[in-house]
Each structure stands twice: as structure tokens, then as C-alpha cells.
Design a protein around this ligand. Structure first.
Ligand SMILES: [Cu+2]
Length: 538
């Protein structure tokens, strides 16, 4: 039972119009593909849209052939249920959406060469999907609704199945609306059967900015507020109106959630020198490590002298984190899953979507692991305990946070991950455009349209010439590939681009399909800062 306010009904009308426009523009999607209900039958309805013959289709023969060459190995089966859940953050309980009522979702751990088979079950009131962040996988399993697969409708499920080719620290999250800013994220660890590092313990540290279910706020209400901005589009609920869904069916622009709730969450006047100015758009009430508030922080236990591999992952939607472990230096070994020349540091900066692996040798005592929400003056915290003693206070700020700091740009790729030097065959220019005031984030001045492609061709060395024409930093993420930062920098899938700055990154076009490049600020991508690289057919 839900009573529709006049405002919600008006919103629904706008959403229907938006849906029609998008549908009219959305040509050239996948031509078919698995879409199974919970009973295993095909629930796809409606006419098939044409596939433009110029581009590789996600379910085309090129994609199947690329997968065959990966020689998928033993099948590892998982099930993940996206569901409304009541989650205790440690002294504050929130109603949110999560994977299997856990926050973060239960870690998935496989080994290079495995076939990962995961059934996504959708118990949410909205359609959803799973994107495997950082994996170079087959295109039709990449989890972008309308582009690489049909949205997984409420009550339906979807069988993801693909070869896993590279070890490292990855994660999964929906690529649907602003769902990632709820509790829908989980780490994905791919082990290396020939692991070159030796360590005694492993600690996965997931960072997140949190607003969902706090005083009536939801990510949808935050997006609506940001869109109103000054001179924004009133009632505009975001760019995604997935195929087969209209606002009218669900009663509101943000289907399945009550619009417009909570106090103002708009952040103005934040400043970070590291990020070149404005730090973010959203004033989050909470920041979490592994789903916990600082006052009820997770404690990781080890012995003095243990070598601990810490896998940091920024699952936030609008927050860069600066992390440090009190009393310890960290040796960085991997960035976004790929090995780097080992580098010692006291603090690390992670944009949204970025991961770093570090090694530390544990000292004797109790130590804060602190994540500073960069430019936002809040911290998240966990505790490393190897001995007796009082836990450090909630607001302890280890001096290492202000010590030597590394970001991806100061690292160098390890020999094994270094790109072979080659002149690019093609340059794709990506101008990041838009402003916070208008909330009209876009690429090349064009808001995301699933029918637009920037063409590339298999076998090419492609350069992305990223030009940030905005007054804000953006973490740019590529799907299905890893680009090399300039001058022997690390191999990555996500990179911070500061305001007014340029970044040239190169990658080899070796994974045919239709692939997103987008800002990993969820509110920016959802308002339009995304584009598609499309492989031309030979
Ligand atoms: Cu952005």
C-alpha cells in the first residue's frame, strides 16, 4: 500500500516523458540475451531493438570467441540476493538495500582461471544489475542495463557466468541508477595460484560514505536535491529509465523509494588541496569501514610481527578517502589489482572505485586505521589489535594521515604490468563537462545516451585524452580494460582527474563489445557523465 502524493504523481508524469525520449534514442543495444525469471523461463517482452551492424554486439560471435580463448576453468557458484534490509551500522540501525542483508555484501573469492557463476536474485522494488568493477570479462556479463543486458526486473534473477583472467582486488555493485550508494556492494578477491607475495594475514578494508536511511534520506532524494541545485531540472530523477520500466508503473521517478525525504545533503564550500578544490557534492552524515561506524569499529586481530596484506577499496559514491594505519608505514604492492614497483608510504589517497593493496608488518599494541573523508572533515575508523591496551579514541587522527602520501600518480607499474611502448592508433577525446550548479555533468557536452558510441577497433592501441573542463575532480573509470597511466605509471581501471587538468591514458583494444567510460561519482554518472566505447566490426 502506498498513497501517492500529488508531487509523486507529477514526478511520474515527467518520468514517463523522459522514458519515451530515452527509448526513442536507445537504438543498437544487445540483440538478445539471457533474461530468466526465478522460475527459469524467459520473461523478456516487447520488440527486439535493431543492432547497428557496424558495432560488435554484446552477445555477438566476437564476444563468445574472446571468451573461448580465455579457456574458462572450474565453475565456482554463488548466489547474491539484492534485498531491502535493516542493517546495524554499530549503534545506528538503517533501512537500506543490501546483498543478503550484510554490509558489505559477503566477499566473493575465486582463483585466476576459474569460471565465476553467480545468480543475482532481485528482491528490490527496482530493476537492478551487477557490474564487476575492474574485471576484463566478456561484454554481455558486464552488467550495464540496456547496453549489455536487460535490466533484472523485480522478482527476477540473472545468471552471471564468465572466465576470470587476472588476480587482484575488485568489487561488485549495481550499474543501475544510484543503487550503489545504498548498501549494494561487495568485495571480489581473485587469488593468484602463483602468489608472489608472502604474508600471514589478509584484511579487506572497504570504505563507504553513508546517507541511506538516515533521517529519511535516500540516494534518490539526494540526487533529486542535487538536480534541483540552482537552475537544475526540477523533478528530473536521473538518466536511467531502464528498458521495460516507466515511472508510471512504479508511481515515482525513483521507483520503489519515497522521493524527496530527509534534510538537505548538499555540500557546498568543501575544499581539498589534494583534489584541487571542491571535494564533493554530498554532505554525508556517516563514513564507514566494513559497514561500521567509528564508535563501534571493526577490530582486526593479529600477532606482533605478522605481515598483513591490506586490500583497500573505496566503495563510496562521492568521497575520496585518505587512509593511514597509526604507527605503521605501508608498502604499496598493487593498484586496481595490478602489481606496482613496491613503494613505501604513510598515507594513500583513493578516489571512488580505486583499490590499493599494501603490506604492513604489525607492531605490538592497538592501532587506529583511519580513513579521512578528503575535504569533508569526517573520518571512518577500524582498529588493528596485536596486544593488550586501550583502543584508540573514536576521533584519533594518526599523524601518518598528514605524513608522506601516495596517490596512483606517484607509483610505477611493475615490470610484469608495464605496457609495451607503442604509438596510439587512435585517440578518443573525452572532455569532462558540466557544473555543480546546473548538475549537468556530461562527456563532450553530451549527456549519456545508450545509443551513442565512440568507435574503436580490435587490435588498436587506444589513447583516451581526458580533459577536465570542470571545476571539480572526477574519478574516471573504464569497463573491461585496464589503461596505463603515463610515463610507466600503474595499470588501472579508475583514475582521479583534477579540475582543469588533462590526462592521457593508453590501453589495448583486446576485449570486443560495448564498454562504458564514466565518472565514478555516482551522482555525476547518473546525471550524464558516461559514454560508450564501441568496437567496430571487422
Ligand atoms: Cu564526476
Amino acid at each position: 500500500m502506498r498513497t501517492h502524493s500529488r508531487r509523486a504523481l507529477l514526478g511520474a508524469g515527467i518520468a514517463v516523458v523522459g522514458s519515451g525520449l530515452l527509448a526513442a534514442r536507445a537504438a543498437g543495444e544487445f540483440s538478445s540475451g539471457p533474461h530468466l525469471g526465478t522460475d527459469g523461463r524467459d520473461h523478456a517482452h516487447g520488440p527486439q531493438r535493431p543492432t547497428p551492424s557496424d558495432y560488435v554486439a554484446p552477445d555477438g560471435p566476437e564476444v563468445a570467441e574472446a571468451e573461448r580463448k580465455r579457456s574458462p576453468g572450474p565453475v565456482r557458484e554463488f548466489t547474491m540476493t539484492a534485498t531491502p534490509a535493516r542493517i546495524d551500522l554499530g549503534g545506528h540501525t538503517v533501512d537500506t538495500w543490501a546483498y543478503g542483508e550484510a554490509l558489505p555484501g559477503k566477499e566473493i573469492r575465486v582463483t585466476t582461471g576459474d569460471t565465476l557463476a553467480m545468480t543475482l536474485v532481485n528482491h528490490l522494488p527496482q530493476s537492478t544489475s551487477v557490474h564487476w568493477h575492474g574485471l576484463a570479462l566478456r561484454n554481455d556479463m558486464d552488467g550495464v542495463p540496456t547496453l549489455t543486458q536487460r535490466p533484472v526486473m523485480p522478482g527476477a534473477s540473472f545468471p552471471y557466468r564468465f572466465a576470470v583472467t587476472h588476480p587482484g582486488t575488485y568489487w561488485l555493485h549495481p550499474h543501475s541508477r544510484v543503487q550503489q550508494d545504498r548498501g549494494l556492494y561487495a568485495p571480489l578477491i581473485v587469488e593468484d595460484p602463483k602468489e608472489p607475495l608472502s604474508y600471514d594475514k589478509e584484511w579487506v578494508v572497504v570504505l563507504d560514505d553513508w546517507v541511506d536511511g538516515v533521517d529519511g534520506s535516500t540516494p534518490d532524494s539526494v540526487l533529486a536535491e542535487l538536480n534541483r541545485g540552482s537552475g537544475g531540472k526540477p523533478g528530473h530523477g536521473g538518466m536511467h529509465m531502464d528498458e521495460g520500466e516507466t515511472g508510471a508503473e512504479h508511481g515515482a521517478p525513483a521507483a520503489g523509494s519515497e522521493p524527496g525525504g530527509g534534510p538537505s545533503r548538499m555540500l557546498t564550500g568543501s575544499y581539498s588541496k589534494l583534489l584541487g578544490g571542491d571535494a564533493g557534492d554530498v554532505d554525508y552524515p556517516y563514513h564507514l569501514i566494513n559497514g561500521r561506524l567509528a564508535k563501534d569499529a571493526e577490530t582486526f586481530r593479529a600477532k606482533p610481527g605478522d605481515r598483513i596484506r591490506i586490500r583497500f577499496l573505496n566503495a563510496g559514491a562521492d568521497t575520496a578517502y585518505r587512509v593511514a594505519l597509526g604507527g605503521h608505514a605501508m608498502t604499496v604492492t598493487h593498484a586496481d589489482g595490478f602489481p606496482v614497483e613496491h613503494a613505501e608510504t604513510e598515507a594513500l589517497l583513493l578516489g571512488m572505485g580505486e583499490r590499493f593493496d599494501v603490506l604492513v608488518t604489525a607492531k605490538d599494541g592497538v592501532f587506529p586505521l583511519t580513513a579521512l573523508a578528503e575535504g569533508k572533515k569526517h573520518t571512518a575508523r577500524a582498529v588493528l589489535r596485536t596486544g593488550s591496551g586501550e583502543a584508540p579514541g573514536e576521533s584519533t587522527r594518526p599523524e601518518e594521515l598528514d605524513g608522506r602520501l601516495l596517490s596512483a600518480y606517484r607509483l610505477r607499474a611493475a615490470e610484469s604490468a608495464r605496457a609495451v611502448s607503442r604509438r596510439p592508433d587512435r585517440t578518443v577525446e573525452l572532455k569532462l563537462t558540466g557544473s555543480m550548479a546546473k548538475f549537468d555533468w556530461a562527456i563532450n557536452g553530451r549527456q549519456y545516451s545508450p545509443s551513442h558510441r565512440d568507435p574503436i577497433r580490435a587490435g588498436e592501441r587506444v589513447r583516451l585524452a581526458i580533459r577536465n573542463h570542470t571545476r571539480m575532480w572526477h574519478p574516471v573509470h573504464i569497463h573491461g580494460h585496464h589503461f596505463a597511466l603515463p610515463n610507466g605509471g600503474p595499470r588501472k581501471d579508475s583514475a582521479i582527474v583534477l579540475p582543469g587538468r588533462s590526462l592521457d591514458v593508453d590501453f589495448d583494444a583486446d576485449n570486443p563489445g560495448l564498454w562504458m567510460v564514466h565518472c565514478h561519482n555516482v551522482y555525476h554518472s547518473e546525471s550524464g557523465m558516461m559514454t560508450v566505447l564501441g568496437y567496430l566490426r571487422d
